[in-house]
Design a protein around this ligand. Structure first.
Ligand code: ADP
Length: 267
């Protein structure tokens, strides 16, 4: 079992550029066993932050990308049939709770609410997970920690966390970092110079002002890194931005023209 657990350890320090006091707050929440919700738009550093914190705290990290077809059994576990009969297989949540890992449920609102409620007993003083089918009341390992991510921009009445779920978590707000910090991150990740990263960030800032005015979301740090990676491989900046920034984010011809024009003013 320890071999399997080892696979979830993060071997080398993931590069993470702190933006505010999130590292200290995460450490305190971990020590207090307070489950945490990371709130912010897609591609702004939430996953990288959890990876960094798992490495820093020396804990294995079990990540689950949530989706609407996910059932409670997918999280908790199920009996499997094999040659010797039936065998219980812990789901990722039970595995993390049993072995003291950090469990990161990414985009938890994507899961149906009847799936999400299975985390409730793990998030209060019980810190337990009843495995009803197996007849086991699993008490969480002292090192177990639950972290979820949540993009407030996507919420709708149909897709939101219940208040009874939300109120079990502390929350850290994530935003795109300040200009100079974001440039530093893009330059580091894409291996381009800060001057080029600076221009990509300026384009992103323009796009973020268009959120709600034709764009559902502005360009994320992740997208800027994609563009930078193409530039680092010798692709002309205009083409790199077209492929990695403008075309993925919108199908609307007018919006594409507006974004292409923004790119052209910087490159
Ligand atoms: P999210 O989980 O919010 O969707 P990610 O954590 O996957 O986003 O971030 C996308 C990419 O942006 C990361 O892979 C990383 O390269 C970069 N990134 C964003 N913010 C930071 C940061 N503060 N420090 C280091 N890298 C960052």
């Amino acid at each position: 079992m320890s071999d399997i657990l080892e696979q979830y350890r993060i071997p080398a320090e993931p590069y993470y550029r702190p933006v505010a006091d999130e590292v200290t707050l995460f450490e305190a929440a971990y020590a207090a066993k307070m489950p945490l919700m990371l709130k912010g738009p897609t591609g702004c550093g939430k996953t990288r932050f959890v990876e960094h914190m798992a490495w820093w705290l020396g804990k294995p990290l079990v990540t689950v990308a949530c989706n609407e077809d996910m059932t409670a059994s997918d999280l908790v576990g199920r009996f499997l049939l094999d040659a010797s009969g039936t065998r219980w297989q812990d789901g990722p949540l039970a595995f993390a709770a049993r072995h003291g890992a950090i469990c990161y449920l990414d985009e938890v609102v994507e899961a149906r609410q009847d799936t999400t409620v299975v985390i409730h007993p793990l998030t209060d003083k019980r810190r337990a997970l009843p495995l009803e089918k197996k007849g086991e009341f699993l008490r969480a390992h002292p090192d177990f920690h639950l972290v979820i991510s949540y993009n407030p921009g996507y919420q709708s009445l149909m897709k939101d966390l219940k208040q009874s779920t939300k109120q079990r978590f502390g929350a850290l707000d994530f935003h795109y970092p300040a200009h100079a910090v974001e440039s530093e991150i893009v330059a580091h990740e894409a291996k381009i110079d800060v001057a080029a990263a600076d221009k990509l960030v300026a384009i992103a800032e323009r796009s973020r002002n268009l959120k709600g005015h034709g764009l559902d979301e502005g360009l994320s740090t992740r997208m800027l890194i994609h563009a930078g990676e193409l530039i680092a491989r010798g692709v002309a900046p205009l083409a790199a931005c077209r492929v990695a920034l403008v075309r993925p984010i919108t199908d609307d011809p007018d919006m594409r023209d507006a974004l292409d024009a923004a790119v052209a003013t910087f490159f």
